[in-house]
Design a protein around this ligand. Structure first.
Ligand SMILES: Nc1ncnc2c1ncn2[C@@H]1O[C@H](COP(=O)(O)OP(=O)(O)OP(=O)(O)O)[C@@H](O)[C@H]1O
Ligand SMILES: [Mg+2]
Length: 853
């Protein structure tokens, strides 16, 4: 990928985009034609100018990966402590810290590498494509075909349709109702219209405001267009704008960060505290710096990044294999586990994508095939006149049902957009020469509003719609208008003074696995809320068919009347929102998040993109349009909603394992630090040599990394699972104190049976490793058999505690063998400690901290 670029000419052909050139002049400068490039020209340009990718999209190198892992706060603090140690000449400490950092970074980047590799194959499935118009040979007809976005070259003629990502910087040649979302470049959240201005483009406005230019990194909200590529890859404005890397961090990252910073504050406090105690109580100076640093390092759960990555990679790989679910952002797995509300749109997600027309009714409610015929005229021309037809399930259903569409000829279209909820085709019919017929179809309320009819007739139509929607039908209202033919273009302002023609009812059947998936989510404590643009009656009925009680349906109009606080309250209590615009969907998601919920959003349309961005975790089916897939964190490779349930389960398992690691590691580290402070006062020598602190720490870390593959208590996975910093803090305080109490008891035993510095160091070392092994087995949450890696790690840890003082390494570590009596008494201390752990686990603090109800 990168090689093509390095061989490439920098810059590409120079076409100042705002130079006031006409479209033809732009084409000439790019050595292109309106009919598109030849395939051979495109291949030659691809080699010359390189692939159409921005540097950030290329896979990271090993060096970059390693550097990235070092950016984690613990690693940074450790590095600082290491550098300070080296500066004061404590080389041993500096070396051990260096080793800790290196091990953690290497393990972590290896994990990330594996994750990238295993996801790469699946990611191909969701890679973006674009439609280019090229010719096989001079004189051959141009052919519109999809190519991977990377293969778009300068001079290519590209077609755009709703849901497309603009693949490169473009100068428009034609456009129809084209609106694009430029937020990635301008921060402006409202979509802006793009068109080809009559005459040469006006100067003086900023580049992004120029209507004839579209930019890489933006996306098409509605309408269609054709444009010629002026710049690709690193030459685009998008590359120049250097978008912020990645996207917002989810709920899980926020929790881990909050816990991390609490610990870092503790660490920064621990070193000065040790120095001050040493100075005040024993009159010691800076010579105990290595000990102070060792204490601070002893507090860090250095393996946290490793455990997080390993647990995530394991979850993601299993998900890809079993559920064919692709995570575009690895930590999204945890957000799925924490999710307690899933907002979803309806058609194509909860109901089947293929729809079928069931009835075609006149204003009086009697069958009238003419209504369907007009609807088909509208469908046919809105699609035919689009630059890039995007198959719409409603339009497809209408074509299939309509037998003939008469002899209307299309003139122009005003494409559908989800805020207007209308699509209009302007046609001519042979019977009415010199006239234009506007054929409008769309949501019943929006069409009726623009029709000339009295209040009674309007009420009758709305009543009829209500009744049909109650049967679960999707409805399209059809209206027409007869106007004098004109050359001036039509706009939405022309959609008024219409004559109401009738209603088309379309059957919307539940997706096969939807009911089962909704039930499974309910069992897991995830509330499902439907946010649809459809009629309230249709939405309510579809929910009932899926076994979901719709309750009172809230419509978009009501949402507009609510402020954010009121909306949060309504959103928590509502199951179905109907007649939502894209902005409504995003507002509801935002309101739920502010109310403290962790929100997922599942949708497949362009109209779902703002909500996907607003959610903690965005999901979409694989068939969704490009922008939607880009906005989602999670892509369901198969149209099977039960995969969401699997993902939620795996997300919770991963979070539970990380929580176990944090609880065990932090509580025992905290206990150790407390004991060191206590021992610092009790004994006349350093309570533990820096090397001992660090070696023991290394042993703990290595053993506890096994929690990444633990099997947590199923009870933990039954509810949405989020690390709760408050409960966590209380938990580690209580268990830390218990741990320290066991240490102090050991000090008493040691002073009774074996005096001296070496004996103290050895005795405490042994006890520490053995209690650690015990805690690993007792503070994990799983029931039944302990997974082998955890069992093995705990056993090795305890054995190391017993055997290291007897080994040849003992001398180097400043340890010596201890009498049997000590070991017998130690067994007593351990038994008492185990009893205390059992009791504490059952207490309220123990249960809440372990995430149990
Ligand atoms: N191609 C179309 N032409 C005319 N009207 C349409 C078209 N597609 C949808 N509508 C109207 O707009 C309304 C909203 O549809 P839209 O697809 O924007 O909503 P949505 O939120 O995606 O709905 P869903 O939850 O069913 O997917 C529909 O109920 C329908 O009345
Ligand atoms: Mg939709």
């Amino acid at each position: 990928m990168a090689s093509a670029r390095s061989a490439a000419e920098p810059g590409g052909p120079k076409v100042p985009p705002d130079a006031g050139l006409t479209p033809l002049e732009v084409l000439r400068r790019l050595d292109s034609r309106p009919r598109g490039l030849l395939e051979s020209e495109a291949a030659e340009r691809l080699a010359r100018y390189g692939e159409n990718t921005v540097a950030a999209a290329r896979p990271a190198s090993w060096a970059r990966r390693l550097l990235r892992t070092a950016r984690d706060p613990f690693t940074a603090v450790l590095l600082v402590l290491g550098v300070v140690s080296a500066a004061v000449g404590a080389w041993g400490t500096a070396a051990v810290i260096g080793t800790l950092v290196a091990v953690s970074c290497v393990l972590r980047s290896a994990g990330e590498y594996r994750a990238d590799r295993s996801a790469a194959a699946l990611r191909e499935l969701v890679a973006g494509t674009s439609t280019v118009q090229r010719r096989a040979a001079e004189g051959a007809a141009p052919l519109a075909r999809e190519v991977p976005v990377e293969q778009v070259v300068p001079g290519d003629v590209v077609r755009l349709g709703p849901g497309d990502l603009v693949p490169a910087d473009l100068r428009l040649l034609r456009a129809d109702g084209l609106t694009v979302h430029q937020a990635a470049l301008t921060g402006e959240s409202a979509p802006v219209p793009k068109y080809v201005p009559a005459g040469a483009p006006a100067g003086g406005v900023s580049l992004f405001e120029q209507p004839q230019l579209c930019f890489a990194g933006t996306s098409v909200v509605a309408g269609t267009g054709t444009g010629v590529v002026t710049a690709t890859g690193a030459d685009t404005r998008f590359a120049a704008a250097q978008p912020p890397e990645g996207r917002r961090s989810g709920a899980f990252d926020a929790c881990v960060n909050s816990i991390s910073w609490t610990l870092i504050r503790f660490m920064l406090l621990a070193a000065p505290l040790v120095l001050a105690t040493g100075a005040l109580m024993r009159g010691r100076g800076l010579e105990i710096w290595p000990f102070a640093v060792a204490v601070a390092v002893g507090l860090t759960p250095e393996m946290l990044p490793v455990v997080v990555t390993t647990a995530l990679v394991r979850g993601a790989t299993e998900l890809a294999r079993r559920g064919r679910v692709i995570l575009r952002r690895l930590p999204a797995l945890h957000d799925l586990g924490a999710m307690d509300v899933l907002c979803t749109d309806k058609t194509g997600t909860l109901t089947q994508e293929t729809l079928s027309v069931e009835c075609s009714l006149g204003p009086d409610g009697r069958p009238d095939p003419a209504v369907l015929r007009w609807a088909a005229v509208n469908s046919l021309w809105t699609v035919r006149l689009a630059e890039l037809p995007v198959p719409d399930p409603l339009d497809e259903a209408i074509w299939r049902a309509a037998e003939d569409v008469g002899e209307a000829a299309g003139v122009e279209v005003i494409p559908f957009d989800p805020v207007r909820r209308l699509a209009t085709a302007v046609v001519t019919v042979p019977a009415r020469p010199g006239r234009h017929t506007l054929v409008v179809k769309g949501a019943v309320e929006d069409v009726v509003e623009r029709c000339v009819m009295d209040a009674r007739a309007r009420a009758r139509v709305l009543g009829l719609a209500e009744q049909l929607a109650g049967q679960g039908l999707r409805l399209l209202a059809v209206a027409t208008a007869d106007r004098a033919a004109r050359a001036r273009r039509y706009t939405p302002a022309d959609e008024r003074g219409l004559t109401f023609t009738g209603l088309v009812g379309i059957r919307d059947t539940p997706a096969p696995t939807a009911a089962a998936a909704l039930a499974a989510l309910a069992r897991r404590g995830v509330k499902v809320t439907v946010l649809t643009g459809d009629h309230p009656g249709t939405a309510a009925r579809a929910c009932r068919d899926l076994g979901l009680d719709p309750g009172e349906v809230v419509t978009g109009e009501r949402i507009d009347a609510l402020d954010d606080a009121a909306l949060a309250e309504v959103a928590t209590a509502t199951t179905v929102f109907a007649r939502c615009t894209p902005a409504h969907k995003a507002r509801i998601v935002g309101a739920l998040r502010r109310a403290g919920r962790t929100v997922g959003f599942l949708g497949d349309g362009v109209n779902d993109v703002p909500a996907l961005h607003a959610a903690d975790v965005g999901l979409c089916p694989r068939g969704a349009v490009d922008v939607t897939r880009q906005a989602a964190d999670v892509v369901l490779a198969e149209k099977d909603l039960t995969a969401i349930d699997l993902a939620v389960g795996l997300g919770r398992r991963s979070t539970a394992n990380i929580a176990t690691y944090l609880r065990v590691a932090v509580s025992s580290n905290l206990g150790n630090v407390l004991s060191m402070l206590v021992a610092g006062v009790l004994v006349p020598f350093l309570p533990m040599l820096p090397a001992q602190v660090l070696v023991q720490n290394l042993c703990f870390d290595a053993a506890q990394a096994s929690f990444a593959v633990d099997r947590p208590d199923p009870a933990m996975c039954r509810r949405p699972l989020l690390l709760r910093p408050r409960a966590f803090t209380r938990y580690v305080a209580v268990f830390g104190l218990l741990n320290s109490a066991a240490d102090v008891a050991t000090f008493a035993v040691l002073s009774a049976v074996a005096g001296g510095e070496q004996a103290f160091h050895t005795g405490w070392f042994t006890e520490n490793l053995m209690t650690q092994g015990l805690v690993m087995l007792m503070l994990r949450t799983g029931r039944g058999r302990v997974p082998r890696p955890v069992r093995l790690a705990a056993a090795v840890l305890a054995a190391a505690g017993l055997l290291l003082p007897l080994s040849p390494l003992a001398g180097a570590l400043g340890m010596r063998p201890l009498p049997v009596l000590y070991h017998l008494l130690l067994a007593g201390v351990l038994a008492a400690y185990a009893g205390a752990l059992l009791l504490a686990r059952r207490s309220a603090v123990g249960r809440a901290g372990a995430g149990q109800p």
